[in-house]
Structure formats: structure tokens, C-alpha cells
Write a protein that binds this ligand. Structure first.
Ligand code: ATP
Length: 490
């Protein structure tokens, strides 16, 4: 996704416009509007470029989620290769974040000129493994919906109690979720569901919401991701409309927030969440939350909020067992309406030992392959179609091994896999290592990010996309990556 090869542009304004267009295409209109458009660009005396954001919170968010990509795109476009930094610039009287007295350039409002056809915003949970059948919005991820409509976030129709397979690892969480969904009175407040990636938290949350909406359509159920809650809150702050933001959340009967770990460390959102939470509890409304960790293990959550989160019922989803995986596979095969030989289901459940999402991804791939090539599903075709997944499980390649091999191959220091250095000579091999980690291990994007110096999952996602793109356009590069993969797999 390189920049167009037009005449070099030295003037910062048209250059920034081009970069902005690229960013909007890549991040999608919602993320562009929330995070890029508020930026004001200034060139410093030493030639460096500063991107100013109106608040520290926004600057920090952009730094962790978008800075790497913005830098890459900027450097690909700027013939002078000026370094860019991210700063806080107090808003001026016109509402733009321009430092007084400088030649500040505002970021264009591309929505005024272009229809909103951009790709969806990179978001929590994006980059899940396996074919993605659920639209982003259905998972409560950020989309261009205005804050006021958050309360009606759509649910995935497949995620009901009926389709949730229970077993030892999840029977407690399931029973608690059912109790909350079926009681007319508030049961445990909040119900806090937690567990590792792909173990069915979102599925259970949607099931609760479906059940309540069907059994009592008068009850107002708000289901959204914590990231979306945050987006809406920041947007309301920007629009000076926090009152209706508060009203909207405080008028719900059941508030359900998925992936609350996203709120940790975001002080102002945490504070707002805490107030909303208290107001709802005081009014006797039900709250259901999910996270990847227990309240006690959520880092950077204030003590007040932590104890509030833990005061209801905390139920965890444990890693899957063979029996549970087999049950999930059988249920998904039935939903897909395909006959899969029991031997094949057993084989997958035995070989793919991670989570519900992984086994589902494997099955979907298998079924899609069988339908496309018109061949029956057998053990042999399964081995063939899933060879990469199976190999990753057999060999258990570690991220450390990948980092070492890639660093050797490109002749850089292993330490640079985790360092903050951003020069291309280091950044590209790091992206290759992230890409191979995604391909060859069962690690989630956040887990991979952590192994690369605590980077965010969106950085890993961008790396994966970038390397896929480069492999598609540059045969030499693709060969290189393939060689590395083969070296690691043998
Ligand atoms: N017990 C189960 N029964 C049926 N399907 C399941 C079960 N556990 C997981 N799945 C399926 O696995 C996939 C991933 O589950 P889900 O999105 O709910 O995981 P999650 O815990 O929310 O993960 P994340 O932390 O990544 O958001 C979904 O398609 C879901 O239907």
C-alpha cells in the first residue's frame, strides 16, 4: 500500500493532505475522525514535524494505537524524511489544537468531500484468527455510528444460549449468565465474566442480551465494547455533549460492556465509567461485564473501580478441554449445515488445543475448502488444508525462536525486536517477525505485541497486513519470508 508515485512533495500542506487521505482509507472514517482529524501539524525549527492533539489522553491513545502506522505512511510520502512526533497542543479559540504563533496546518475533514466507504476502523478484537463471519459492528467494535445509537449495538444472531456448548470449563459462567438473563430482578451486580482469548465471553454476553431482548422487549439493553464506550465518551467530550452521553447510558436497564480491560489506564474514561456504573447500580439496574482477566488482575485500574467490579459475581471461563472442543465443533458443523465425519472432528479437537475461535476457524476453513473444490471432507484433506495450523501445534514454535531467526537473517540485534527504534532497517524485520509469530504460533495479537516490547495489538495487526501486502507486490520479499518460514518449520 505504498504512496502514489507522483512528483515529490516538499510542501507540508499537500503532503499532509495526501497522508491524511491514506490514513482515512486505512483506519476507516470513524477512527480517522476521532484520532487523526483533530491533529494539527506544525514544522519545528529543527525541521521535525509535530502532530498536535488537543489532550494528553488523545495523544497517548494515538501513540499506542496509530503512531507506528502514521510514521510509516508519513516516511513513505515525505521525500525529506522529516521525523514526526506526537504532542499535546492546547486548543486555540477556533477549537483547533494549534500552538499559538506557529504556522499550524489543520487536518482536512475528508468526510466533507468523500463518501464514507473506507475500511472499518482497526479495533479491539480485529485480526481474530480464522475466517471472520461476524461484522465488526456486531461485535460492538467501533464503527461510524453516532454515540447516541450505541445503545442499539447489533448482536450476532448466532451467539445464543442454545448454541453455547457447556462443559466443565465454562459451566459456572454459563449458569451465572443464564441466571442474569432469566431473572427479572437484578441478580448479581455486576456479573463479571472473564477468561482467555476465544473462550466464549462475547458469545455469552450476546446470549444474555438476546435472551433479555426477546423475553422482555421493554427492557433497555445496552451492549457495547469498552473501546466503543471510550470512543463515544471522547467524541462526546469533543462535541461538548457529555450530558447526553451520560443520559444515554444512565437510562438503560441492563448495561453490558465487553472487554473492559480496554478501559484500564485510560483515566478519564475510567472515571466516567465508574460514575455511570455507580448511578446504574444505585438505580437497581443490571450490569454485565467481560474482560480477559479477573478484576484483581486488571492492571492500571483504580482501586475504587476494582473493588466495585469485584463486588458482584465474578465467573471465569477456563481453557477448553478436548470434550468441549469436540462439542463446539459438532455444534458449529451443524450450524454450517455440513456433514463432517466424526473422525475429522475428533482429529481437529485433538490437534487444535487452543480455544473456541481457533477450532471454529479451522472448521470454517475446512468446509470452505471442501465446498470450493467440490471434494468430500476426509482426514487426508483435513491434514492438507490445515497443515499450517497443525504444524504450528505440533512443533510449538515460540515467538523467541522467530525473533532470533529473523534477527539473524536480517543481521539486526535481537534486542531490536523489542526496542523503540523505528528506522526501516529495524522496523521491517520486526514486522516480519510479528507476521511469522501470527502465522506460526497460536498466540493472540495482544500476546504477540507484548513480546515485542509491549506493543499494542493494532501494531501487530498492521505489521501482518503490511507484510501480506509486500508479499503480494514484491516476489523477492515474499521468497525471503517464505524461506524464513521454512527454516522455522523444519
Ligand atoms: N462454549 C462455546 N460454545 C460454542 N461456541 C463457542 C464456545 N466458546 C467459544 N465459542 C466460539 O468461539 C468463538 C470465539 O468466542 P468469543 O468471541 O465469545 O470469545 P471471547 O472470549 O469473547 O474472545 P476475546 O477475548 O478474543 O474477545 C465464537 O465464534 C464462539 O461462538
Amino acid at each position: 500500500m505504498g504512496m502514489d508515485a507522483t512528483a515529490p512533495e516538499l510542501d507540508i500542506k499537500p503532503l499532509w493532505t495526501r497522508v491524511s487521505q491514506h490514513l482515512r482509507r486505512e483506519f476507516g472514517p470513524a477512527a480517522y475522525k476521532s484520532w487523526v482529524q483533530p491533529m494539527v501539524v506544525t514544522v519545528q525549527a529543527d525541521g521535525a514535524v509535530s502532530l498536535g492533539l488537543p489532550t494528553r489522553f488523545m495523544r497517548d491513545w494515538v501513540l499506542t494505537h496509530y503512531a507506528d502506522r502514521i510514521r510509516d505512511i508519513w516516511l513513505a510520502a515525505d521525500p525529506l524524511q522529516r521525523p514526526i512526533g506526537f504532542d499535546v497542543a492546547a486548543p486555540d479559540a477556533a477549537g483547533a489544537a494549534a500552538p499559538a504563533g506557529s504556522d499550524a496546518i489543520a487536518t482536512p475533514d475528508l468526510d466533507a468531500a468523500e463518501p464514507t466507504t473506507g475500511a472499518p476502523a482497526p479495533a479491539a478484537g480485529a485480526g481474530r484468527t480464522g475466517p471472520r463471519l461476524v461484522p465488526a459492528a456486531a461485535r460492538g467494535e467501533p464503527d461510524p455510528t453516532p454515540a447516541r445509537e450505541v445503545v442499539g449495538a447489533p448482536l450476532d444472531p448466532r451467539y445464543t444460549f442454545d448454541t453455547f456448548v457447556t462443559g466443565k470449563p465454562n459451566e459456572f459462567a454459563y449458569a451465572a449468565a443464564k441466571r442474569v438473563a432469566e431473572s427479572e430482578r437484578v441478580s448479581f451486580n455486576p456479573l463479571f465474566l472473564y477468561g482467555g482469548v476465544g473462550l466464549g465471553k462475547t458469545h455469552l454476553m450476546h446470549a444474555i442480551a438476546h435472551h433479555i431482548r426477546t423475553s422482555d422487549p421493554n427492557r433497555n439493553v445496552a451492549y457495547l465494547s469498552a473501546e466503543k464506550f471510550m470512543y463515544s465518551f471522547i467524541r462526546a467530550l469533543r462535541m461538548h455533549d457529555t450530558i447526553s452521553f451520560k443520559e444515554q447510558f444512565r437510562s438503560v436497564d441492563v448495561l453490558m460492556i465487553d472487554d473492559v480491560q480496554f478501559i484500564s489506564g485510560k483515566d478519564s474514561t475510567q472515571e466516567e465509567f465508574f460514575h455511570t456504573f455507580n448511578a446504574l447500580v444505585d438505580q437497581g439496574r443490571q450490569i454485565v461485564l467481560s474482560a480477559d482477566k479477573s478484576p484483581n488482575d486488571l492492571e492500571e485500574i483504580g482501586n475504587r473501580l476494582r473493588s466495585r467490579l469485584a463486588m458482584g459475581l465474578v465467573a471465569d471461563l477456563h481453557p477448553t478441554t478436548y470434550e468441549l472442543r469436540l462439542g463446539i465443533l459438532a455444534s458449529k458443523a451443524e450450524q454450517l449445515g455440513v456433514e463432517v465425519p466424526p473422525k475429522v472432528l475428533e482429529f481437529i479437537a485433538h490437534k487444535i488445543v487452543s480455544n473456541g475461535r481457533e477450532v471454529e476457524g479451522a472448521l470454517t476453513r475446512l468446509v470452505a475448502h471442501a465446498q470450493l473444490v467440490g471434494r468430500p471432507i476426509t482426514l487426508d484433506t483435513t491434514r492438507e488444508v490445515l497443515h499450517d495450523l497443525l504444524r504450528a501445534h505440533d512443533r510449538r514454535i515460540t515467538i523467541e525462536e522467530i525473533q532470533k531467526k529473523v534477527a539473524e537473517h536480517y543481521n539486526i540485534r535481537i534486542a531490536d525486536m523489542s526496542s523503540a527504534r523505528r528506522s526501516r532497517a529495524v522496523a521491517r524485520p520486526r514486522q516480519v517477525a510479528m507476521y511469522l509469530s501470527k502465522q506460526l504460533t497460536q498466540r493472540s495479537l495482544p500476546e504477540i505485541g507484548r513480546k515485542f516490547g509491549g506493543r499494542d495489538h493494532t501494531t501487530v495487526m498492521h505489521a501482518v497486513k503490511k507484510i501480506e501486502e509486500l508479499c503480494g507486490t514484491d516476489a523477492g520479499f515474499a521468497e525471503d519470508v517464505d524461506l524464513l518460514r521454512r527454516m522455522l518449520e523444519t
